[in-house]
Write a protein that binds this ligand. Structure first.
Ligand code: FAD
Ligand code: MLT
Ligand code: ZN
Length: 477
């Protein structure tokens, strides 16, 4: 209990009156997993974690924290890629116990859920009603809907269905002063003043606690065709996307770049991954067509389109999966890059977006720029290029000293982000800002944007109790 000494006795007593003792966590072992992030950016600290079970409890906690000016850090599945959910001494408000399904309305194509629901649970629930929820990301077995909304998560289906922001119809939010805003509307059209829900989406927990959301559902996907294709060269990725869009129309659901070095990582370290083509090529893509009819049309369409791409010299070779097992093996290549890339002696990560037509130029210029910093550096540029979103991560040269590599981080970040900026791009495409990209906020955002953000922050959270030190600097505005 000593660890709670920094808080006023009355505050702790009042908290205990709101929340059940089992949801008032001070056990260091139980708090420990919430203090570090999977990338390894943060080494956090906190002596208290609260795990509320309903909106009223969240409201009571926030009201108290506001009154006492005691800051909190919202946390979902703690899978975020920019250390936005890691506390630096603050109370953790972990939302994972708020995980009920409130209602599903198949005819309206909507589902309303608590914010702590795991994403994969929503996938399963939708299928039970012959519906489909499209957000698809590698962490879906652990991340929560509240975290997905707060980071405006992206993933591999954005080119067809949009980001998380596009999948949300309504929100319930507890404001920093404890007030509950019930904006859980199931409407597709609602032009009644400012679109408040959008302020909380992508805010990374700095404006309030999202306690529930009404999500859009889609017709169930009953057919998928997955291909692995080798590009003639990097420039061909734009031509191929154009062809896939023209021929595939709405069937095109994923388009992911896989560089040779990424395939190498997957084959070397991954499990149950089969070499997809008989020969290795420098640039490859994973393509997915999907449909709702289960009549073989998606596969046929993909096959015909890839034949045209070969005839036109856009791609050199391709394979379409003939079984679910083969399709899974192709997708495992993509997942393995994320998991095993650190084995190449560490990585410096960038989650960049540029206009789609600039993807090849961006990668080429970024390669030149990082090689000017460390000549034999190994770029691993992969990801959601159907959205212009490149995970431009770099690994050190073979046998390179780990400490010297890390010392170059800022120089490499600037080299990469300057090029993205030149193309009108973003330094944070889908992962957010967290604590990791606050310098870039100041470097690349205009003063007008930063000032507007500060105005919003101070209006909604005047006591600055919500996730301090994340996204914007923590100071009085
Ligand atoms: P957390 O990490 O717990 O929190 C993220 C942020 O949201 C923090 O700032 C936190 O304070 C805030 N927050 C959480 N819950 C709430 C709430 N209820 N109310 C207010 N604020 C809240 N991301 C992508 O976009 N695309 C990908 O393809 C992708 N792939 C990934 C693959 C792997 C293997 C991993 C580990 C991560 C990946 N991510 C990806 C990153 C991550 O999974 C997403 O950012 C996800 O949306 C975070 O959800 P979470 O519940 O884990 O949130
Ligand atoms: C992915 O697309 O697999 C992830 O966004 C990668 C990451 O989080 O670094
Ligand atoms: Zn991604």
């Amino acid at each position: 209990m000593n660890s709670l000494k920094k808080f006023p006795d009355k505050f702790i007593a009042d908290l205990k009156a709101i929340i059940n003792p089992r949801d008032f966590v001070t056990d260091e072992e139980k708090i420990k997993p919430s203090l570090t992030d999977w990338v390894g950016y943060a080494d956090g600290k906190s002596s208290l974690m609260l795990t509320p079970r309903n909106t009223e409890e969240v409201s009571g906690i926030l009201k108290l924290c506001s009154n006492y000016k005691i800051p909190i850090v919202p946390q979902g599945g703690n899978t975020g890629s920019v250390a936005g959910a890691i506390p630096n001494g603050e109370i953790i408000l972990n939302m994972t116990k708020m995980n009920s399904i409130r209602e599903i309305n198949p005819n309206d194509y909507t589902v309303t859920v608590d914010a702590g629901c795991i994403l994969e649970k929503i996938h399963e629930l939708a299928i039970e009603s012959n519906r489909f929820f499209p957000l698809s990301i590698g962490s879906q077995g652990t991340c929560t809907i509240g975290g997905n909304i707060s980071t405006n998560a992206g993933g591999i289906s954005v080119l067809k269905y949009g980001n998380m922001r596009d999948l949300v119809l309504g929100l319930e939010v507890v404001l920093p002063n404890g007030e509950i805003w019930n904006g859980l509307r199931r409407l597709r059209k609602d032009n009644t003043g400012y679109a408040l829900k959008h302020i909380f989406m992508g805010a990374e927990g700095t404006l309030g606690i999202i306690t529930a959301a009404c999500l859009r559902l889609f017709p169930e996907i009953t057919e998928k065709a997955t291909a692995f294709a080798s590009l003639r060269n990097l420039d061909s990725c734009v031509d191929l996307l154009e062809l896939l869009r023209t021929e595939g129309g709405d069937s095109l659901s994923s388009y992911e770049l896989i560089p040779d070095i990424g395939l190498d990582i997957a084959i070397t370290y991954g499990e149950e991954i089969i070499e997809p083509l008989s020969k290795r090529y420098q640039w490859n893509v994973i393509i997915e067509f999907s449909g709702t009819k289960n009549d073989g049309a998606a596969k046929l369409n993909l096959e015909n389109t890839l034949n045209t791409a070969i005839e036109n010299g856009i791609i050199l070779d391709a394979i379409i999966a003939n079984s679910l097992k083969q399709a899974n093996s192709i997708w495992k290549i993509r997942k393995a890059i994320v998991e095993y890339q650190p084995r190449l002696g560490g990585e410096i990560k960038h989650d960049v977006a540029v206009p789609i037509s600039n993807v090849p130029e961006f990668i080429k210029e970024a390669n030149d720029a990082v090689r000017r910093v460390i000549p034999d550096i190994r770029p691993v540029a992969y990801g959601h290029i159907g959205d212009g979103n490149i995970h431009y991560n770099v690994c050190p040269p073979l046998e390179y000293d780990h400490v010297s590599f890390k010392e170059k981080t800022e120089e490499i970040h600037k080299a990469v982000y300057d090029i993205a900026f030149k193309f009108g791009g973003s330094f944070a495409a889908e992962h957010g800002v967290g604590v990791v990209k606050k310098n870039e906020m100041l470097r690349y955002k205009s003063e007008t944007e930063i000032n507007l953000m500060k105005l919003i922050k101070i209006s909604i959270d005047p006591n600055q109790i919500m996730n301090p030190g994340k996204v914007l600097e923590n100071k009085k505005y």
